[in-house]
Structures are given as C-alpha cells and as structure tokens.
Design a protein around this ligand. Structure first.
Ligand code: SF4
Length: 442
C-alpha cells in the first residue's frame, strides 16, 4: 500500500525532542525535518523532490544521518505545511501519520546486492516495517526505539546499539537476535526466518507491557534479568527459541567502508561514497539523482556512515561514475581527511554546542592531511548526535570552545580514556597527527 498523501497537514505529532516529518524541531539555523527512509532507500524522483523542498522551503542543507535517514535543515516556519505536503506527495511519508516515529529499522545499504550476504533480508524488512506501521500499539514506542536486521552483508554497520537486533546466520537458515546492543555482541537465541515477524511482534508487546516508564530496552534490562525476559518471551511463543548460538563474526565496521564493490549481480558494481561531515546541499542531491538515473537503476541508498551508496553500475562505467561522484563533492577514499571526521551540527545549529564543530572539523582536516587515526568524532556536547557508536577518538567540546581528547577503550564507559584536556583545535590536530593510522597511540 503506498503512503497516504491525503494525510491532513498539519498533523499533530506526540511530543518528543527528535525531529520527525511533522515534528519540525527548532534549531539555531531554522527548523529540522527528518525523513525516514525504508532501508535507506531513496529513488531518484524522491531525491529530486527532497532537493526541491530543501530549496524552496528550507536552507537547502541536507543532513544524512547515522541511521540512513535524511534531514532538511533551516525549514522556514511559514513553509512547513508546503514542505510536508511535498514530501508526502513524493511517497516519503508513513502509511499512517502516527507511525512516522516508529519506522526505525536499519539495514545494510547493500542489502540484496552484497556478495557476502547470507540472506536477502529486504522482504523480511518489508514485513517488519509493515508490522511497526500497522500495529497501533507499537506507535507508543519511543521515537528512538530502534531495530536492526543484518543479512550478513560485508557492508554493514554493526556497532550501533539497537533495542533489538537480528542477524542472519551462515546459510541464512537461522536468524539470531539480541537486545540492547550492537550485532557485534553475543546473540541470545535464534529462530527460523519465517518465525521472525511473530518473534518481533511478541517481543515488542512484551516490552511495552513490562517497560513502565522506560522507553529503551537497556533501561528495562537494567532492572529485569535478560534470562527472565527470554523466559517470558518463550512462554508466549508457539515455537522454541534456540538458545545455543555461536558467536557471530566480528568486524570493526564503525569507519566508513568507502569505495567500489562488486555486486552479487554479475557485471554490476556499487559505489559507497561519503558526504563530507554528513551533509550535502540540494544541488548535490539533484546531481546524485541524475547520476543514478543515467548510470544505474535510478536508486540511491543512504548509508549509516552518513553517505550514499550508488548501486547497479556496470563494471565498464565504474571508473567514470567514481569520477562523477568526486566532481559532485563526495568522498570515495576512506583515507581522505574529511572521510575520517564526524561532527555534529555544532554552535552554528545547536544551542547546546560549546564549539563550532563543523568549522573546527574542516580546520582539523586541513591540519591532519593524510596523517592521524581512522576516525575522530567532534561532539559539541556529551549527547553525541553525530555518532551512535563510540568512535576510536572523540574530541568533546568544553565551555569556551576547547576540547577534551578521549580514546575509546574496552571496559571504559562514555568516550573512553581522557588523553588530553582542554586543547584548542590546532593542538588537537598536532596530537592526532602524531598517531598512526591504526589509531593506536604512537
Ligand atoms: S551533540 Fe550536543 S551540541 Fe552536538 S548537535 Fe547534539 S546536542 Fe547539539
């Protein structure tokens, strides 16, 4: 069933700090409107519609989020209804307005095309999205409550924590699942793929019954032993949960795997590109739409590395398309300085920010050149909006605009170990440039 473009505008969403399609959250640079994309999928026609809306109703700046969605920034108050109407007309809304917040299911951007995948999870993802959208009880879930479905693709972000994650086993005959973590953690149990919709429905209903005032799975499991949650879940299911699950393969997937990849489909490739500091403008999005139509299948996939995957490019055209992406201003080299930096909107957009993280990141990129670690995250405050995972190195802004430098360390909460306090951005650059690319201290 297509999205309902007759949903009345304005619809009044429930209160939340998170932006949504109708919940346009005010920021220093105007309103923020978040568009949730199923599996990160964006057709070229939709990309053009977003670019047009960004131009006429907002500042033209688009943010690609770490959950494969996009945000329009600088939305003008008097243009909000026009903006939402345009996005709905392009099929970019939910089927029911109340379901906008709960469409949180992360897939690999290469789902259905990745040669390493154990299972093409797109049909199952469609079933789960239908379940979330069509079950009114689930519309009570927090706008942050998030699911992940991993088909075993090589191009997957497995470091983001999810309230519920599901991962295909070798051969695709079983789906393992876990709670309140990322798919790099030990799974709790597994089921057959056909049992997944009933598993998820039962699990979410159980969560809502037990959660009380809690909104996230980790909060509930801080009070309720996970074994007890599993026992209660099992008691409601007509099939057995297989609790003996081997450890799933581990991979460090936090850094963006930019580059060109051979697809499962013979003769085709896909190019995974980064958007510098997670942003593109309307002209760049129009150019991407044109490139996808001319060289590929007209489809774009947004990635959890705040970039774009351009699939279905014939092998003979991949070099030309790589050049075109560079001309548009996207990054295909993971060692490029801006490809190794994450930054939140900072003081130009956010009242909570202690520093202009975007501008500082550009200055840092120029200072680092090809030196320094694989990933550094500049965060304007401890909320860490730009990274759902803990980056290998974090520069956390302090009142006055200086930064504390942290290194991620296993067993240490938060951003990790404090390496150096109160650095200005040039001092931070000197510190980071002295580190080897592996990210280990020199
Ligand atoms: S991390 Fe803090 S400063 Fe940066 S955008 Fe989020 S709330 Fe604002």
């Amino acid at each position: 069933m297509p999205p309902d473009s007759s949903i009345p505008v304005p619809f009044s969403p429930r209160p939340s700090a998170c932006p949504g399609l109708w919940r346009i959250v005010s920021a220093l640079d105007g309103g923020i409107c978040r568009v949730k994309l199923p599996g990160g999928q964006l057709s070229s026609a939709q990309a053009r519609a977003v670019a047009a809306a960004a131009r006429t109703c907002a500042s033209g700046v688009l943010e690609l989020t770490n959950r494969s969605n996009l945000q329009l920034r600088g939305v003008r108050v008097e243009r909000q209804a026009e903006l939402v109407g345009g996005l709905l007309a392009a099929g970019l809304g939910p089927r029911r307005a109340e379901a906008d917040d709960v469409r949180n299911l992360l897939l690999s951007p290469a789902a259905g095309r990745d040669r390493a995948a154990q299972l093409d999870v797109r049909p199952l993802a469609g079933q789960l999205l239908d379940l979330l959208e069509d079950t009114p009880d689930f519309h009570r879930l927090s706008a942050k409550f998030a699911l992940q479905l991993d088909g075993g693709e090589a191009l997957a972000m497995l470091d983001h924590p999810h309230d519920l994650w599901l991962a295909a086993w070798p051969g695709g005959t079983r789906i393992a699942f876990g709670l309140a973590g990322g798919a790099r953690r030990q799974a709790l149990a597994s089921v057959e793929p056909a049992q997944v919709p009933q598993l998820v429905e039962t699990l979410l209903r159980l969560f809502l019954e037990l959660a009380g005032a809690h909104t996230r799975m980790r909060e509930l499991l801080a009070e309720l032993p996970v074994a007890e949650f599993l026992d209660r879940l099992q008691a409601r299911l007509p099939f057995a949960l297989e609790r003996a699950v081997p450890a799933l393969p581990l991979a460090d997937t936090a850094a963006a795997p930019l580059g060109v990849y051979v697809q499962a489909q013979p003769g085709l490739t896909m190019l995974l590109a980064g958007a510098p500091l997670g942003r593109v403008d309307a002209a760049q999005l129009d150019a991407l739409a044109e490139l996808a139509e001319r060289e590929g299948s007209g489809e774009l996939r947004l990635t959890p590395w705040q970039g774009v995957l351009l699939p279905d490019i014939p092998v003979a055209r991949m070099a030309a398309v790589a050049d075109a992406l560079g001309e548009i201003g996207l990054l295909l080299d993971a060692r490029a300085p801006l490809a190794r930096l994450l930054a939140c909107s900072g003081s130009s957009g956010c009242v909570k920010a202690h520093a202009d993280t975007k501008a500082d990141a550009r200055r840092l990129a120029a200072r680092l050149g090809e030196h320094g670690p694989a990933q550094v995250h500049l965060s304007g405050c401890p909320r860490s909006c730009a990274a759902a995972h803990v980056a290998p190195y974090t520069l956390l802004a302090q009142p006055g605009g200086r930064y504390h430098l942290y290194r991620r360390e296993q067993g240490l909460a938060g951003f990790g170990r404090l390496l150096a306090p109160s650095l200005d951005i040039d001092q931070a650059g000197d510190w980071l440039a002295a580190l080897p690319p592996s990210g280990a201290p020199a």
